[in-house]
Design a protein around this ligand. Structure first.
Ligand SMILES: Cc1ncc(COP(=O)(O)O)c(C=O)c1O
Length: 394
């Protein structure tokens, strides 16, 4: 096969799915992360964003980012290690460490880089990484870059994890890595039992809490807070691309581990520092989360409302306590029909089909923002009922 043949195949596939009205990728929205967006001159309800608390357009957050840009310029233009660190970077690392209950934290240019860089830097030849089969691609790539052996355990299956840990008993070190909230199914990792197994088999635990912040725990501090395990997880990593309304990521850990990563994690050393306005955005998000706890409560009541309404209408939902609501459809055809029908009716959702989920496990991923009004959710629910009936799902 020639170097470019695979590219032509993808172009054909895109053309084919576009012609069948099954291409729901790379759509252009304006803006992307508010309850109401515009696409092709039409106004639609955005039920596919990860801006869970709606902070991406919060006036205080926007003002803080703007002020930082005016003071520090648009980019830091150097690696953090060299001349790319400003006081905002250092401050946000301290604040994130406090938020996550770790001694220190290190910023990365993206959540992807945080996960990949942490796994690859912290494990080496002779170690074993135990990774949930549904972990995010960034962890998968971190495992590929690490020289450690990798054992994949069945999704959130503690017997399978224990089997892996027993097999890895002779390894130098063991690191269990799990998403806190799994991005496609919205399920929450069984962190208490993972912690107990880690203690039993002398393993460290890393949680990718990309979807946990702002969502789980009384103060929205994430999966560890939800389970009362703050300060008891060796590596707590996150992203700024969801609740923190920006772009970037971080890993919290011990002071020593964080300093080690600053010199051993290649996606930290060999890339430029996130723009200062990113650090200002995250700091403002942390402030707003403290000042306006009602946002978390509203997100939860919105989630309950929509889940109850969808269930009553006859949709099958994956069990979840998060604002990620997966509507189980099964086959790809009806999943795309439902997505297209909703889009025609003014509701944006994301279809999830294999290989992101197992065969016949296709679903529609709905995600909520605290900033929806009740009226908008009622309207969305009406559309779900109408299209669900038309497509033969309910
Ligand atoms: C579970 C999980 N981990 C990591 C990432 C990567 O984060 P980022 O978008 O900041 O690169 C994402 C999201 O994209 C995610 O859902």
């Amino acid at each position: 096969m020639g170097l470019f043949d695979k590219c032509a195949n993808v172009t054909e596939r895109v053309k084919y799915t576009r012609a069948r009205n099954e291409f729901f990728y790379l759509r252009e929205f304006e803006p992307t992360a508010t309850p109401l967006v515009r696409m092709g001159g039409r106004e639609l309800l955005m039920l596919g964003s990860n801006n869970y608390l709606g902070l991406a357009s919060h006036p205080k957050v926007v003002a803080a980012a703007t002020a930082a840009m005016q003071k520090f310029g648009t980019g830091a233009c150097s690696s953090r290690v060299l001349t790319g660190t400003c006081p905002l970077h250092a401050e946000v690392e301290r604040r994130l460490a406090r938020f996550k209950g770790t001694e220190d934290a290190v910023l990365f240019g993206a959540g992807f880089m945080a996960m990949m860089g942490t796994v690859a830097a912290m494990t080496d030849k002779g170690d074993v990484v135990l990774s949930d089969e549904l972990n995010h691609a960034s962890i998968v790539d971190g495992c590929r870059l690490s020289r450690a052996d990798v054992l994949i355990y069945n999704h959130n299956d503690m017997a399978s994890l224990e089997e892996g840990l027993a097999k890895a008993a002779g390894a130098k070190n063991r690191l269990i890595v799990t998403d806190g909230v799994f991005s496609m199914k919205g399920t929450v990792a069984d962190l208490p039992r993972i912690r107990a197994l880690a203690d039993k088999y002398d393993a460290a635990v890393m949680v990718d809490d990309a979807h946990g912040a702002g969502v789980l725990g009384e103060h929205g501090r994430g999966t560890a807070e939800h389970f009362g395990l703050e300060g008891k997880i060796e590596f707590v990593a996150g992203t700024f691309s969801k609740t923190f309304a920006s772009y970037g990521g971080f890993t919290g850990s011990t002071r020593d581990a964080v300093m080690y990563m600053r010199f051993a994690a290649r996606p930290f050393m060999f890339t430029a520092s996130p723009p200062p306005s990113v650090a200002a955005t995250v700091l403002a998000c942390l402030d707003v989360m403290e000042q306006e706890p009602r946002l978390i409560q509203t997100l939860r009541s919105h989630t309950r409302f929509l889940k109850d309404g969808l269930r009553q209408a006859g949709f099958r939902l994956e069990e979840t306590i998060t604002p990620i609501i997966p509507i189980l459809i099964g086959d790809d055809e009806r999943t795309f029909k439902m997505t297209g029908g909703l889009q025609d009716e003014g509701v944006v959702v994301n279809p999830v089909v294999p290989p992101a989920v197992p065969k016949e496990g296709s679903l529609i991923r709905v995600s909520l923002m605290a900033t929806f009004t009740s009226g908008q959710l009622e309207q969305a629910l009406d559309k779900f009922r109408k299209v669900g009936r038309a497509v033969g799902i309910i």
